[in-house]
Design a protein around this ligand. Structure first.
Ligand code: ZN
Length: 124
């Protein structure tokens, strides 16, 4: 029987927060692997920061991405992106902490987008 434990994640992340609308067994294997890699990289950040990273948006199905007016080729649809907040830490401070992130870093006033795509920086 397939259980969630079949797909291990680093200690401070759950499938529910990475993929609130789809269980891991319902995800394409490449999406699942991408989410695991993303969570492993976020765990490193979490260990350095010492505070929980709250994922406000992780994996999005194409349909859900359209609902929330996401970019059509969003890394969220590949399981490669998360929008994060840290309680009590302003977004600009989170973005400063992540300045060396090897991937996409989108800086918004209330949250930070990180992805495991090519290194890019932008402000939203
Ligand atoms: Zn995002």
């Amino acid at each position: 029987m397939t259980t969630l434990n079949t797909y291990p994640l680093p200690p401070n992340f759950t499938w529910h927060e990475l993929s609130p609308h789809a269980a891991p067994r319902d995800l394409q294997p490449e999406v699942r692997l991408a989410l695991q890699l993303l969570a492993q990289r976020l765990q490193v950040v979490r260990d350095v920061v010492g505070s929980p990273l709250h994922i406000t948006s992780g994996y999005r199905s194409v349909a859900y991405n359209q609902q929330v007016s996401g970019h059509p080729n969003s890394y969220h649809c590949k399981g490669m992106a998360a929008d994060i907040v840290i309680t009590g830490v302003p977004a600009h401070r989170v973005q400063h902490l992540l300045r060396n992130w090897q991937g996409g870093l989108g800086c918004y006033s209330t949250f930070t987008h990180v992805d495991t795509g090519p290194k890019r920086r932008w402000r939203g």
